[in-house]
Each structure stands twice: as C-alpha cells, then as structure tokens.
Design a protein around this ligand. Structure first.
Ligand code: ADP
Ligand code: MG
Length: 304
C-alpha cells in the first residue's frame, strides 16, 4: 500500500498509536485524541490491546457491545486475548492444528491457548493485522491505538527475524520428524505465510501509523526512552511527537516545588536529547482524568 501521509499534512484518515511505559498516560492521551477527532467530525474509533484496558473506564461506559458507541462518531473497542486467539485461529489455527495433531495428541482449544501464550508478539501482530483490515474497511476516518506498555508492544518486531531463522532450520529439523512430506510442506508454507504477515504488519506500521511516545519527567522514564527510540529507529519508524505528561506547572507548597524542580531537570534533558521532535507537555491535574469534560481539559494541551 502506498504511503498516504508522506509529504502531506493531513490530519485525517490517520492511525495514531500511543506507546510508552506503564502508567504514564497512554490511554489518557489516546482517549483525548479520539475525542478530538470525533469532535472535528471524523468517524473515530479508539482500540486498546492492553490486557487491563481502561478506555471504557475513561469514557465511563458500561456497555458491553463491541464496538461501544461513546457519542456521535466516537467508538471504542477493547480487544482481549479471546479475540486475538480468534484472529489467529481464523488465519492459521485450523491448518497448523491439522499438521500438529498428526504427531501430537492435543485437543484444539488447548492447542490454541498454547500457541497464543507461547509466541512473543503474537497478540500485537494480530492486532496490527486487525487494524490494517479496519483501515481497509474504510468505516473509520481516524483509528487511535492505545497499546500495552512498550516492551510488549514491540515484541512483534522480532517475529519476522525469528521466523526467518526458524525457516532456515526448519527443513532439516522437520525432515527428521516422523511425519509425511505433505505435512512437512504445509508447515513450511504456513511459516512462510506467517513471515509475510509479520513483514506486512511492520511495513504497515512504518508507512501508515503515527507513533506518539508518552513519557513523564522522571529518571527511569527518561532512561527508557533511549531504548524505545533506538528500537523504533532500527525499524525505520517515524516518531513525530513526544508527549511529556504529568508536568507540574503550578505549585503552592514546598512539596510540589521540590517535585517541579526535579521534573525540570528531566525536562531539560528531554528537550536537549529530543530536540528534533515535537514535544508537548501536559500538566498534572489535581484529579484523575475520567469523563468527557476532563478529557477536554487535556485536549487543550494536546491540540492547541
Ligand atoms: N495529566 C494528568 N493529570 C492527572 N492525572 C493523570 C494525568 N494523566 C493521566 N492521569 C491519571 O493517571 C492514571 C494513569 O493514566 P493512563 O492514561 O491510564 O496511563 P497508561 O495508559 O499509560 O497506563 C490514570 O488514573 C489517569 O487518570
Ligand atoms: Mg493504558
């Protein structure tokens, strides 16, 4: 697929991905972004892959429908492990099971559970595939992707290399296993298809997804940024925006003053190290960010 955003400044028809360490405000920023786009008249969906999703909580909807309509033009969908298994099942499950069950006695459900728990990055990979299909479907103009804490998110980037390595070894190993050459061929075919799916997913991320990294002005978060950017760079991903959340802007106590001065130290490191990025600060609010009105408060910082 062609890179639709290259050389343009259109802010619609995009996929926005929010990544970063746990608890820094990814979901808050993702929800705010979704709300913003929906309010500018775009059909918008926010999708979460976090195992402990909180989009429904932020938007205060108890609805169990999928996707849930939050308000006009704004939908959310929290994707659980079950659905990821289902996606894997649809693409590969039956075939792989057919081959494996010729030499391992395992019932289908256990097999599926085993595969999806064992493979690193599998759920993210199918998530990317899911988003890709969603984009193709054309139902939504804006897709916002709220990810799980980073280490996990990027596991999928290693899948193609892992499969290349596996494919290099596989024929030798499989030829020693006692199953027919037909099964052997189909395993190799599945692996090749899978490898292609992984590579396509990464291309899609590279070409169509806008990465937003969320962080806070603290030592550990700052140090982790280095690794995150290194990995994104290696795969040619383009990060445009770095969001520094929970910045203390006003202080009326010695306690907050100390905190603010500590934050300033890391803020200046962030500005120095990432001067090529668009850096946005979001102030720490004295309340949790929940409900449309409070999200609008964050929107002021994120968009204006
Ligand atoms: N700028 C902010 N001011 C105050 N509370 C915030 C702010 N940003 C996030 N929070 C709160 O911090 C908690 C974690 O935010 P969340 O967006 O769920 O983080 P993540 O998705 O990265 O784990 C939530 O309770 C949220 O309401
Ligand atoms: Mg979250």
């Amino acid at each position: 697929m062609v890179n639709e955003r290259e050389g343009t400044d259109v802010d619609s028809g995009c996929i926005y991905m929010f990544a970063g360490k746990g608890g820094v405000g990814k979901t808050t920023c993702a929800a705010t972004t979704a709300l913003h786009h929906a309010q500018t008249g775009e059909e918008t969906i926010a999708i979460s892959t976090d195992a402990t999703p909180s989009l429904a909580h932020i938007f205060e909807t108890g609805d169990r429908q999928k996707p849930v309509k939050v308000q006009k033009q704004l939908y959310i969908n929290e994707i659980g492990l079950d659905e990821v298994q289902q996606m894997w099942d649809n693409k590969f499950g039956k075939e792989v099971y057919e081959v494996f069950s010729t030499f391992v006695s395992i019932d289908y459900d256990s097999f599926l559970e085993f595969m999806t728990s064992m493979l690193p990055g599998l759920s993210d990979e199918f998530m990317v595939d899911y988003i890709r299909e969603m984009k193709k479907g054309g139902r939504y103009q804006t897709i916002v992707w709220d990810t799980a804490p980073l280490g996990q998110t990027l596991a999928l980037l290693h899948t193609p290399a892992m499969l290349v390595e596996h494919l290099r070894m596989a024929p030798r190993v499989y030829s020693r296993l006692k199953f027919g050459s037909k099964s052997q061929d189909s395993i190799l075919n599945i692996l090749r298809r899978w490898q292609k799916l992984s590579a396509d997913s990464i291309d899609f991320l590279r070409q169509e997804v806008r990465f937003n990294i969320v962080t806070i002005a603290e030592a550990l978060a700052f140090e982790q940024l280095e690794g995150i950017f290194k990995e994104l760079d290696e795969h040619g991903f383009d990060v445009k925006q770095l969001i520094v959340n929970n910045v203390i802007k006003e202080y009326d106590s010695e306690f907050l003053m100390m905190k603010a001065s500590q934050q300033r130290k890391y803020l200046s490191k962030i500005y120095e190290r990432y001067s090529h990025l668009n850096i946005i600060e979001i102030p720490m609010c004295p309340y949790e960010i929940k409900g449309i009105e409070r999200l609008k408060r964050i929107e002021q910082n994120l968009f204006y």
